[in-house]
Design a protein around this ligand. Structure first.
Ligand SMILES: CC(C)(COP(=O)(O)OP(=O)(O)OC[C@H]1O[C@@H](n2cnc3c(N)ncnc32)[C@H](O)[C@@H]1OP(=O)(O)O)[C@@H](O)C(=O)NCCC(=O)NCCS
Length: 254
């Protein structure tokens, strides 16, 4: 038996057992809710949304937003299917927005206020922290974790078991939108498996952070980082490769 609060609008007939739907939530026709799903008040579940068993969605969240198509945008959004798929046991925080064609693997946590634009793929057991934003076509491998207030730019690739600290920024367009065909030049960073990115680091367009590499807090990564390498500073250089420290050791000579 499911509990549907007064004032909820439930157009779908694909509602599992033991589902709870809060006041003023809207579940559009075509949406599918697994067993034990909890929809808090004021959530909007779009028509192409599929929620696995035991998914919990906190108040004010919008699942299934179409990308905006105003004339002001440099790159017209790609046409995507109007689907959102969220795996079993996920938690989606309050006031999150998931655009069309987003999928989230089982047991993942999407924090309060997180925004994932169209065509993003998040694998199982991931964390997308509070107020973290993903632009379009981002992939995130299993077991990766991103802390709060990070921005992952469009067309970024994140491997498995990656850790990204809070407030990391990334970019995907070295032309600042000036290219004749912006879509051709856009490429976000690739972060390979087991790499870690320190708080507040900046990753410039197209850089590859190698497997198991470390990017220090506050580094600005302008070039690829080799596997297992630690880089730091602005611009980021391998640790121990700092001309300033080389000069100071010269001065300490005989
Ligand atoms: C890069 C990092 C991993 C190095 O850690 P470490 O090996 O313990 O290094 P140390 O603290 O011994 O510092 C080694 C040298 O690098 C310098 N250094 C350390 N971190 C630096 C940074 N982020 N940027 C520039 N230089 C840095 C230190 O000043 C020190 O220089 P010195 O030898 O001239 O004094 C660490 O400093 C760092 O940035 N961690 C990020 C943590 C983080 O963001 N976590 C997110 C979870 S909340």
């Amino acid at each position: 038996l499911s509990g549907i609060a007064t004032g909820a609008v439930v157009e779908s007939d694909r509602i599992g057992e033991g589902v709870s739907i809060g006041e003023r939530a809207i579940v559009r026709a075509g949406a599918a809710l697994g067993d034990g799903v909890v929809i808090h008040p004021n959530v909007i579940v779009g028509p192409g949304v599929s929620l696995g068993d035991a998914v919990e969605v906190f108040p004010g969240t919008l699942l299934g937003k179409a990308p905006s198509r105003t004339a002001s945008v440099a790159r017209a959004p790609t046409e995507v299917p109007r689907t959102v798929t969220i795996g079993d046991g996920c938690s989606v925080g309050a006031n999150a927005v998931l655009y069309d064609d987003v999928s989230i693997g089982p047991e993942s946590l999407i924090g309060d206020g997180a925004i994932l634009r169209e065509a993003c793929r998040v694998d199982a057991r991931c964390i997308v922290g509070r107020y973290t934003t993903f632009a379009y076509e981002v992939t995130m491998g299993a077991g990766s974790r991103i802390m709060g207030e990070t921005h992952i730019t469009g067309r970024s690739t994140i491997g498995e078991r990656v850790f990204i600290g809070p407030g990391v920024r990334s970019a995907n367009d070295a032309t600042f939108g000036r290219a004749d065909d912006v879509d051709e030049v856009i490429l976000g960073p690739t972060i390979e498996d087991d790499a870690v990115i320190g708080v507040g680091a900046v990753l410039l367009p197209g850089v590859v952070i190698g497997r198991g590499a470390t990017v220090a807090a506050g580094a600005v990564v302008t070039r690829d980082v080799g596997p297992g390498t630690t880089v730091m500073g602005v611009p980021a250089r391998p640790a121990g490769d700092d001309p300033a420290s080389a000069r100071s050791s010269d001065r300490s000579g005989p």
